[in-house]
Design a binder for this molecule. Structure first.
Ligand SMILES: Nc1nc2c(c(=O)[nH]1)N[C@H]1C(S)=C(S)[C@@H](COP(=O)(O)O)O[C@H]1N2
Ligand SMILES: [Mo]
Length: 239
């Protein structure tokens, strides 16, 4: 029963609780049989490469002090058009090379352990801002859906049709979040509400706003490197 290696902040009980809530209707299209099967599956060992990435020590980027936060420095890109998203209708789809594809609503997503990070957001257009993002770790979401051994990349789709693709290791980095808060307040619509990517290890264009779909994939589809990457920006986008 103890095969499942979970990150220390997300214990087995929390995962089962969350799946339990999913079974109660937060997970669309679920029925109680499916739910029982999912909880049962949690006692199976994780696939090795995913498990290794989870426990492998990854270099942590030092955080900035709270006093360094500069709310005015976070610029909005003039080309971004904020899509209208009804929070009640919103669903995050997690699919692809995973054992348990899911669609979760905002209530279910807030059950994941919440954390925050103060980091520098760097846009290649020539501006940077120190911001605090709050949300949950993408690795916790991955633990829920259990990527298969074939998963190598994570693709993101957004409500404004923006796309991104990441390597799995960066997506599972402990400081990579799906954020729902900015500088201690609910995330404003123009900054990506209800959910956006945040991490200190990647440049601004990798940090999709208005994320609606997270797909674990064995390869990056042709033309699917990402909105800016397809126009020549570097794919890895590391800082
Ligand atoms: N969905 C979506 N996400 C996006 C973009 C976008 O146009 N659409 N622009 C990216 C770029 S280039 C940057 S620098 C940051 C800007 O984040 P901000 O608007 O919160 O400052 O969002 C990134 N995420
Ligand atoms: Mo940017």
């Amino acid at each position: 029963m103890n095969h499942l290696k979970l990150p220390p902040h997300l214990n087995r009980r929390q995962v089962i609780q969350l799946l339990g809530m999913s079974g109660m209707g937060y997970l669309l299209g679920s029925c109680s049989d499916e739910f029982t099967a999912r909880v049962g599956e949690l006692s199976e060992p994780l696939n090795q490469s995913f498990g290794e990435l989870l426990v492998k020590p990854q270099k942590l980027i030092p955080e900035f002090p709270k006093s360094a936060i500069d709310p005015k420095a976070l610029l909005l890109n003039t080309y971004d058009i904020t899509p209208k998203i009804d929070p009640d209708e919103y669903r995050l789809t997690i699919d692809g090379e995973v054992k348990f594809p899911m669609q979760l609503n905002l209530k279910a997503l807030t059950q994941l352990p919440q954390t925050s990070i103060i980091m520098q957001h760097v846009c290649v257009e020539g501006w940077a801002a120190i911001v605090q993002w709050g949300g949950f770790r993408l690795r916790d979401l991955a633990t829920m859906v259990q990527p298969k051994a074939s998963a190598r990349y994570v693709l993101f789709e957004s409500a404004d049709k923006y796309t991104e693709s990441w390597d799995l290791a960066s997506a599972l980095h402990p400081q990579t979040l799906l954020a729902n808060r900015l500088n201690g307040q609910p995330l404003p619509a123009e900054n990506g509400a209800p959910l956006r990517l945040a991490t200190p290890i990647k440049l601004g264009y990798k940090l999709s706003k208005w994320v609606t779909k997270v797909t674990f994939a064995s390869q990056i589809p042709k033309g699917g490197k990402g909105y800016w990457e397809e126009q020549g920006y570097e794919w890895f986008g590391g800082i």
